[in-house]
Design a protein around this ligand. Structure first.
Ligand code: HEM
Length: 216
């Protein structure tokens, strides 16, 4: 029944028909499971976006309410607990899949021209994925989150000349505070996902145009 429903949507949107050349084209021979890591990373990304959207319904990004709202999400309701755990687990799996995907690309030298820009958009998306993990870690607003962010942001102080300014800009003050929480929240739910989506669009556009590289 679900398949019939999806087929019906597909016929209406003409998705498969429009992308026929891409979806049904021949891929190089002898490629193995290591070529699936990019697709797996994308699936985890979609799960993250969906579960994250649902978490925003109950999460409150304020220094007085954030912790309480996360406790409520985790303890009051079975479904919200599953959604939070799904978000946390898929975040780790997303990072693992990205690292395995990059290793595959590196080992098979798929970063060489003409796929050099694909490599660059991938690296940028990976850095933003790390930033998403870092900003998301503060959101539960418990002791662990607070001190991890205090220590993590302190690292930027070691940048010569501008380090102190960077830390103050990231934190919104001298210390991690409610202002930092709002900055991290807006980066985590808006700026980073939008930027990652744009980079992935470019990434996939190039995969579509150039095809998958042959195994060495
Ligand atoms: C951020 C998440 C990322 C997602 C969702 C993603 C997804 C994908 C997918 C689905 C493909 C086509 C299938 C495949 O080769 O696995 C691909 C290809 C590629 N990706 Fe990524 N990628 C990501 C990050 C990266 C990173 C971090 C790098 C480099 C460090 C990278 C470099 C490449 C290159 C060079 C190709 C072309 C590979 C070839 O033609 O053999 N990607 N990516």
């Amino acid at each position: 029944m679900i398949i019939n429903f999806l087929n019906w949507i597909d016929r209406k949107l003409r998705f498969t028909a429009r992308h026929k050349d891409f979806l049904y084209r021949k891929i190089p021979e002898n490629i193995g499971y290591s070529y699936c890591f990019g697709g797996m990373a994308f699936i985890f990304y979609l799960i993250l976006v969906l579960s994250g959207l649902m978490l925003t319904i109950y999460y409150v990004p304020s220094d007085t309410e954030a912790y309480k709202s996360v406790v409520m999400i985790s303890e009051q309701n079975f479904i919200s607990r599953i959604i939070r755990n799904t978000h946390k687990i898929s975040a780790s799996l997303f990072i693992i899949a990205i690292i395995l995907h990059s290793l595959r690309v590196f080992i098979f030298r798929a970063y060489l021209p003409p796929r050099d820009l694909n490599w660059m958009t991938g690296v940028m998306a990976m850095l933003l994925a790390f930033a998403s993990g870092f900003t998301g870690y503060l959101l539960p607003w418990d002791q662990k989150a607070y001190w991890a962010t205090e220590v993590g942001t302190n690292i930027f102080k070691s940048i010569p000349f501008i380090g102190d300014h960077i830390v103050i800009t990231i934190r919104g003050g001298d210390n991690v505070s409610g202002i930092t929480l709002i900055r991290f929240y807006s980066a985590h739910v808006l700026f980073l996902p939008i930027s990652i989506s744009i980079l992935l669009w470019a990434h996939f556009h190039m995969v579509k145009r150039l095809g998958i590289s042959k195994k060495l």
